[in-house]
Write a protein that binds this ligand. Structure first.
Ligand code: AAT
Length: 292
């Protein structure tokens, strides 16, 4: 949402506000609106903010900003890739900005990273306005497919991916299906033995989303499910969670330290201590997930 806080509509007074619910919001001062369009799926906006650099929003909700995108993209990628002993084929669902692909493809062992994004306009906006993210989309080992992730997973052969990363929007609009138990069971089917799914799971502070239900859906499909947390200032409440699920992998007992040291050297957020610590949960979150 873009709104002016003065009567003269001076661009200097333009603010973006994400209303998380009827009570809480996050705001950024807008320097310049760069792009606004309505795709078949959602409204796509790109603007230059004074505090967080370039920002991509979908239906008014923050997807990534120049300043802090690295936290989300490094954690959703490096944690599963450094736990799996030899990840060769990776599927990213959503993530049309390219940031997750960029991080996945820093791992030389990955032979192919497939991206399935529902909205071609997100990919185009990334190519035009976010070259540092789109780097991943243009990588020679990346394959970009435009389509619904739910359908893509249903049509994929069994056991073909080592890692599936669900880099999805919030569980509204086209993203709803990516949080269901049926979808997670299909994801499990396309994973090879030892495979891992890492899924974007919203802010533990937001009561609007039933976190226990989403983690419960993961738990119906996989024997071991862990919640990982991290700090992302531009996302609701600045505190985010992801679900790490598999049938036989612990999220940090067997990190491939040789590969991890190389990755952490060139990372802005990820390091081995952060990897281990990200699974230490505050009590209010433990309580939310106590019956999962
Ligand atoms: N990399 C961080 C950015 C995102 S955007 C998530 C992407 O998921 C969007 O581009 C959206 O178009 C895509 N998407 C939504 N539903 C589907 C679907 N069914 N199949 C494929 N792609 C889909 C993540 C933001 C995290 C949450 C921020 N609050």
């Amino acid at each position: 949402m873009l709104e002016s806080d003065s009567d003269n509509n001076s661009p200097l007074d333009l603010w973006y506000q994400e209303r998380h619910n009827d009570e809480v919001s996050f705001g950024l001062h807008v320097k310049k609106v760069l792009h606004s369009s309505q795709s078949p799926f959602q409204r796509v906006d790109v603007f230059e903010s004074t505090g967080f650099g370039r920002v991509l929003t979908l239906d008014g909700l923050m997807m990534c900003s120049d300043r802090d995108e690295f936290v989300y993209h490094e954690m959703i990628s490096h944690v599963p890739l450094l736990v799996h002993p030899n990840p060769k084929r990776v599927l990213v669902i959503g993530g049309g900005d390219g940031g997750t692909l960029r991080e996945v493809l820093r791992h030389d062992c990955v032979e192919e990273a497939v991206l399935c994004e529902i909205d071609g306009e997100v990919v185009e906006a990334a190519r035009q306005f976010f070259p540092a993210l789109a780097f991943g989309l243009n990588h020679p080992r990346a394959k970009v497919h435009i389509g619904d992730g739910v359908e893509f997973v249903k049509k994929s052969a069994a056991g073909v991916f080592d890692i599936v990363i669900v880099d999805s929007t919030d569980p509204i609009g086209p993203g709803v299906g990516l949080f269901s138990g049926e979808f997670y069971r299909e994801v499990k089917r396309i994973l090879a033995p030892g495979g891992i799914v890492m899924a974007q799971c919203e802010s533990p502070w937001e009561n609007k989303f039933d976190l226990a239900k989403v983690y419960g859906n993961l738990k119906d499909a996989f024997t071991s499910v862990y919640s990982m947390v991290g700090s992302i200032p531009s996302y609701p409440y600045g505190f985010w969670s992801w679900g790490f699920a598999s049938d036989n992998q612990h999220p940090f007992h067997k990190i491939d330290l040789e590969r991890a040291r190389a990755i952490e050297k060139a990372s802005k957020y990820y390091n081995v201590d952060i990897h281990r610590g990200a699974f230490a949960l505050p009590n209010f979150l433990r309580q939310k997930l106590a019956n999962v």
